[in-house]
Design a protein around this ligand. Structure first.
Ligand SMILES: O=C(O)CCC(=O)C(=O)O
Ligand SMILES: [Fe+3]
Length: 796
């Protein structure tokens, strides 16, 4: 063991992670950031100690030594060899064990629940998305900018904590390369190669961890010694193979760089050529050819360099040994893995593109070929089908435009769900964009939601807001989806009922989209389960309405027969739907009126499962007649066509419901989340999704260095026909072959080889992908007062 005993006292990162999750739910971003950073740092330390221990121990106990003391050949030597092998394994295990506990203190302290590690990785990925990859996520960005400002944290602190030197060097090299600073580029690519192998070594030893029972029931897994060893070993090898992918991955890039290691040598060869270091250029070209022996452009480049240097000098130069060894080892691993695939069916997907075809067993190759052909056939068939469907849709469109003559323009759809029936159309309701549907939910569902409303009202503190906002003769109670879910989480109402609230409103939304034949989807703008209860002693000589006549997205000025579409009206609301839950009350009929708010054009009697749906604008002024006895309950829903205005609370509710439905995650949600939700709080899952849609900073496939089209300028001065090398492009999007960089030095240096006839214009075509423009964030997170006014407005 190493002499120095230094105990690292690390706060367990699962604990830090828990704290961060708690803080996340409370919207306390500062705490999230601090703990997440610490968790990442500790995880990195733990990782490096483990890697160091394994590397040291591997050096101390190399397999293949003869067993000390066991001298000559004795009968049954095979078993002695086996023993020797296992002795080494035991020694290795022991060495790792004591090394780790010496460095980290008690071992159990660092045993971490594995799902939490996975969660951490997910969170890290999400954090990357937030911090690095997604300058366009306006809301998340605003929040982060705001909290960063508060904390006095600078952008530097948000740098990818796990950014590893090999990647940093590679990216630096690339940026020098695209600036035509080839000397510096070569320096950084060289360091990158060195760092790559260091990182690869580390990555590989870290694969020698515990067996992951993924897919098996841990308790039921039983295998004999060799089966167990094989299973575990195959897993380790798979993991090691995957290091190539891991090392090629970086934050802010959706996909790993392709042919990452080979790419280094592609960049290097051209950088050396431009620095007139032909020996090195040749060495690197040859190294690149180890990966892609048939690469025509590289073969051509190599021929050119060799001609310049002189074939006799070029010949003895060989590809890098370290790469040869790396490939040999990797191929051995692949062969073993393929053997495991064939013998035991342990799946292996080769992550490398350079693997020689013959490494894969012929049987598998044939199978893959057949599968590819099938896939191609299916794709073709699907294509044909799609075409057919398109034609059918076209025809259908023609039909429906003819139908539109009879039926009002928007009401072309049929209800989506079987039990739903159209009771009245716009025409029958004497207006436009109106519908009355029945059978949208069942009696049982009505009862459950009615109960939910009353249970939630009981829990409500009653002090918040006016209990009778619409009529002094009635009590008004309301609960949002998020509130219902939170109450469900606390156990104050059945979680099942909260979920029903959510699902039912989803059903109404789909029904409306379908019925009104909307091309664009509707988004929830607000969802409210509301009951109006008559106050018995306040019913005499009552003349008011339960809900005065109004329109949902404009301010009705009945004196002028006008509706002004301006704030504080919810101008973004486009459709409204009221789902009724009961009819055992007196009064409470829904009415449509003219713009004068007096002339009633249609009346609807609420009943369980009935939905009145209508456009939210001036064409549909409406109100509710006084509820004079009993309690009238309904789910009131407003929809918008503009995703920007969708209800953030609902997204949060959905996220929580999803968490509850996965047992592992439910644990994170046991604690109460903040009382007033942040209106702008998006979930990591959503943010990641967003980025998947919008793309990351660098989604362009600039990872392929190729497209090394030969320079058109063939030599005309000498009889040699070698073509001058062409710069590797860094962006495959630019299709035109970039010009070779012509240097003044070429003329002097070129001895035997051809050089381009015409001197190239010195300006290099810029082919580097432009970095995404960072948006300047003007507004910080919303202030509390803004939030309050927003949530209060909803209940008016
Ligand atoms: O409850 C109803 O029937 C209608 C309520 C309404 O129009 C509203 O809240 O905007
Ligand atoms: Fe309304």
């Amino acid at each position: 063991h190493s002499g120095s005993i230094s105990h690292l006292v690390l706060e367990p990162y699962d604990f830090l992670f828990d704290t961060a999750v708690d803080a996340y739910n409370k919207g306390d971003w500062l705490t999230v950031i601090l703990n997440m950073e610490k968790a990442l740092r500790n995880k990195a330390t733990l990782r490096s100690v483990k890697a160091q221990c394994r590397i040291n121990c591997a050096n101390q106990t190399v397999f293949g030594d003869s067993l000390s003391g066991s001298g000559g050949a004795i009968p049954g030597a095979g078993s002695v060899d086996d023993l020797g092998f296992f002795q080494k394994i035991l020694k290795r295990a022991d060495c790792v064990y004591s090394c780790e506990s010496e460095k980290l203190g008690s071992r159990t302290m660092h045993l971490v629940a594995y799902f939490k590690i996975n969660m951490l990785d997910k969170a890290v990925a999400a954090a990357h998305t937030f911090f690095v990859a997604n300058p366009d996520h306006v809301e998340m960005k605003q929040n982060l900018e705001y909290y960063k400002m508060m904390a006095g944290v600078t952008q530097e602190d948000f740098k990818d904590l796990e950014a590893r030197p090999h990647m940093a060097q590679f990216l630096l090299g690339k940026s020098y390369y695209s600036d035509d600073s080839f000397g510096l580029a070569a320096d950084h690519f060289e360091v990158a190669v060195d760092e790559y192998f260091t990182a690869d070594k580390e990555c590989r030893v870290l694969c020698e961890g515990t067996y992951n029972y993924d897919g098996y029931n841990y308790m039921e897994y039983s295998a004999d010694l060799f089966q167990t060893m094989t299973d575990h070993y195959m897993q380790v090898l798979n993991c090691k193979q995957n290091c190539a992918v891991e090392l090629a991955s970086t934050a802010g890039k959706l996909k790993p760089f392709e042919d990452f290691l080979a790419a280094h040598f592609n960049y290097l060869q051209f950088s050396y050529y431009n620095s007139e270091k032909y020996e090195k250029a040749i060495e690197c070209a040859k190294t690149f050819l180890l990966f892609n022996p048939e690469d025509a452009v590289m073969k051509q480049n190599l021929a050119y360099y060799s001609a310049v240097l002189g074939d006799d000098k070029a010949e003895p130069l060989s590809a890098r040994q370290v790469v040869k060894l790396y490939m040999q080892q990797s191929i051995l691993e692949k062969e073993l893995l393929y053997f495991g695939y064939e013998a035991f069916g342990i799946a292996f997907v080769d992550p490398d593109t350079w693997t020689p075809a013959e490494v894969m067993p012929k049987k598998l190759r044939d199978k893959q070929k057949a599968e590819k052909e099938t896939a191609a056939r299916i794709t073709e068939e699907i294509g044909n089908l799609m075409k057919e469907i398109e034609t059918m849709v076209e025809e259908k469109k023609k039909d429906t435009s003819e139908m539109a003559i009879i039926i009002p323009p928007h009401e072309v759809g049929a209800p989506l769900f079987d039990n739903v029936k159209v009771t009245m159309t716009s025409q029958q309701l004497n207006g436009s964009e109106r519908v009355l549907l029945d059978g949208v939910i069942s009696e049982d569902e009505c009862r459950e939601l009615h109960r939910l409303s009353n249970a939630a009202a009981l829990k409500g503190d009653g002090s918040r807001g006016n209990p009778s906002p619409h009529s002094p003769s009635e009590m008004f109670q309301g609960v949002t989806v998020l509130k219902a879910v939170k109450l469900g989480q606390e156990g104050a109402v059945p979680l099942k009922s909260a979920r029903l609230f959510f699902d039912v409103s989803e059903r109404v939304k789909m029904t409306l989209e379908s019925y009104f034949g909307l091309d664009a989807p509707l988004y929830f703008s607000y969802s409210h389960l509301v009951c109006r209860s008559a106050i018995a002693e306040k019913q005499e000589e009552r003349e008011d309405l339960s809900h005065a006549v109004h329109a949902d997205n404009c301010l009705l000025v009945s004196e002028l027969n006008e509706c002004v579409k301006e704030p504080p009206a919810y101008t973004h609301r486009d459709f409204s739907a009221i789902l009724y839950l009961n009819d055992d009350f007196e009064g409470g009929d829904f009415i449509f009126t003219e713009l004068d708010a007096k002339t009633v054009t249609a009346e609807v009697r609420p009943q369980c499962g009935r939905v009145v749906g209508f456009g939210a604008g001036k064409e549909n002024p409406h109100g509710v007649r006084a509820v004079t006895k009993g309690q009238r309950c309904a789910v009131a829903l407003w929809f918008t066509l503009d995703p920007v205005h969708q209800e953030k609370e609902r997204i949060q509710a959905e996220e929580m419901l999803r968490m509850f439905s996965t047992p592992v995650n439910a644990e994170f949600m046991q604690k109460e989340v903040s009382e007033t939700p942040e209106p702008q709080q998006a979930t990591p899952a959503l943010a990641a999704q967003f980025s998947a849609d919008q793309g990351f900073v660098e989604t362009k496939s600039d990872d392929k260095p190729a497209e090394k089209g030969p320079d058109a300028a063939a030599d005309s001065e000498t009889d040699k026909t070698e073509t001058k090398p062409v710069k590797t492009k860094t962006d495959t999007k630019a299709k035109a072959a970039p010009k070779a960089k012509a240097k003044a030095g070429d003329k002097a240096k070129t001895k035997t080889a051809s050089k381009p006839a015409a001197k190239k214009d010195g300006k290099q075509v810029k082919t580097q992908a432009k970095p995404a423009v960072k948006k300047t964030v003007k507004a910080a997170a919303k202030t509390d007062s803004e939030k309050d006014s927003e949530s209060d407005k909803q209940e008016l």
